[in-house]
Each structure stands twice: as structure tokens, then as C-alpha cells.
Ligand binder design. Structure first.
Ligand SMILES: C[S@@+](CC[C@H](N)C(=O)[O-])C[C@H]1O[C@@H](n2cnc3c(N)ncnc32)[C@H](O)[C@@H]1O
Length: 222
């Protein structure tokens, strides 16, 4: 039987072009208004020279970092998105699944000052992947994760578990994407189990919104 993880990555195959169009046209308000700037400022605040963008998608963050003099390497499991990131000018973008990365079956470089994952950790079992990323950090390096804020998306059910995203409200032809909801405690526990220590937590928010737009975690190796 197909696992939700497989269905998740498959959905990106189907959704890749609609995603590229949505991101590049600025169709996602929360990104344009809050979350793009939030992760960019958090990354730049640590003054990294070399960054790995895990689940980089079509590569907007690679380009934003490159424009500011940061060497940014991308990795993603969907070929169309990787091709789009390369075609848009990012020199080093690897095609690899999280399962391959967690099993050290794909080489994406090492000794990174910072590894970021922007709305890209959507599967259930993230601990082996986080541990593998921890091993790619240079001493003193950090992992920066921006994700859906559990409080904002719990929808009355504050428990870890699979949910579905239909991308309603965005133009394009979308396939439903399974994604794994995790509570704040579950996020912090996953970092801990992967040998990472939380050093920062932000809840980026739009002044006119009652709920935070994201949860932003910064962790370092122990
Ligand atoms: C919501 S998009 C975010 C993309 C990008 N970080 C951004 O900010 O636009 C999630 C990304 O995770 C990638 N992804 C999801 N599951 C994956 C897996 N198992 N292996 C590799 N990449 C995966 C998808 O291909 C997609 O590019």
C-alpha cells in the first residue's frame, strides 16, 4: 500500500507547475506579507556564508540568498521544481528525496553554516532527516525551520496526525497533498531526538491578523 509519505511527494509531481505559478506570482498572501521576509531575516541575521535549502521547491529562497551574497545550495525531491530552480539561475540544486537524504544515499555537500527548511517538512517521521541534516552542519551551524503554526491550523484538533491540503483559493490544477500536523511539543521533541537544541522561536504575525502566520524555529547541534 502507498504510504502517506509517498502520496505526499507524488502530489508535488502533480502540483509542481501550479506551485511555481503560485509562488512566482505572489499568490500566497501570507508569504508575500509575512513569512518570506521572516525566514530571510532570520537566516541573514546569522550571517551564514553557505546555506543548504532543504525542500527548496522552485528556488525563491536560493535566489533571495544569492542576491545577498550568500552561497545557497538547494535540494528537493521533485524533478520539475529542481529544474525550475536551476533554470531560474541557481547553480547548485540537487534532486534527492528526504528518504535518500536520511539514509545518506545522496550527497548534497557538508559543513553548512545553516540549513533551512521553509514549509518543507511535511512528512511524519522527520527525526532521521533532521539527524542527517545535523550531521551536515559546520560547528556552530544552525537549522532554521519555518512551518505552519500548529495553533493557527489545528482546527479544533490539537493532536499529531495526517491532514490534507487542497490548496483551495489558489488558481491552478491541484492534487490534494497529505501532510502531517504536529503540535509544538512534538516539533520540539523531534529537534531534541535529532540531537538539536532549540535556540530561537518566533511566531511571525501580520498586524491585521489574529493568528500567527507561521512558527519559526532555530536550532543548533549539541
Ligand atoms: C510547500 S513546498 C515548499 C518549497 C519551498 N521551500 C518554498 O518555500 O517555496 C514543499 C516542498 O517539499 C518538497 N518535498 C516534499 N516531500 C519531499 C520528500 N519526501 N523528499 C524531497 N522533497 C520533498 C516538495 O517537492 C516541495 O518542493
Amino acid at each position: 500500500m502507498r504510504s502517506p509519505e509517498d502520496a505526499l511527494l507524488d502530489s508535488w509531481q502533480h502540483n509542481a507547475q501550479s506551485w511555481i505559478d503560485a509562488v512566482r506570482s505572489g499568490a500566497i498572501d501570507s508569504r508575500r506579507q509575512v513569512t518570506d521576509q521572516a525566514i530571510l531575516l532570520t537566516i541573514l541575521g546569522r550571517q551564514p556564508e553557505r546555506v543548504l535549502d532543504l525542500g527548496c521547491g522552485e528556488g525563491w529562497l536560493l535566489r533571495a540568498l544569492g542576491d545577498r551574497g550568500v552561497e545557497a545550495v538547494g535540494v528537493d525531491g521533485d524533478r520539475t521544481l529542481v529544474d525550475a530552480a536551476r533554470a531560474a539561475g541557481s547553480a547548485e540544486v540537487h534532486l534527492a528525496s528526504y528518504a535518500q537524504l536520511a539514509a545518506a544515499q545522496a550527497y548534497v555537500g557538508k559543513d553548512y553554516d545553516l540549513i533551512c527548511a521553509n514549509f518543507a517538512l511535511l512528512q511524519q517521521d522527520i527525526i532521521p532527516l533532521l539527524a542527517a541534516m545535523n550531521a551536515l552542519l559546520a560547528p556552530g551551524g544552525a537549522l532554521v525551520i519555518q512551518t505552519l503554526h500548529p495553533w493557527s491550523v489545528a482546527d479544533g484538533n490539537y493532536q499529531d496526525g495526517w491532514r490534507e491540503e487542497s490548496f483551495a483559493g489558489l488558481a491552478g490544477d491541484w492534487q490534494v497533498m497529505p501532510w502531517y500536523f504536529r503540535t509544538l511539543a512534538s516539533w520540539l521533541n523531534a529537534l531534541d531526538m535529532a540531537g538539536l537544541r532549540l535556540v530561537g522561536l518566533q511566531e511571525p504575525q501580520h498586524p491585521q491578523s489574529a493568528l500567527p502566520q507561521s512558527l519559526l524555529l532555530v536550532a543548533e547541534g549539541r
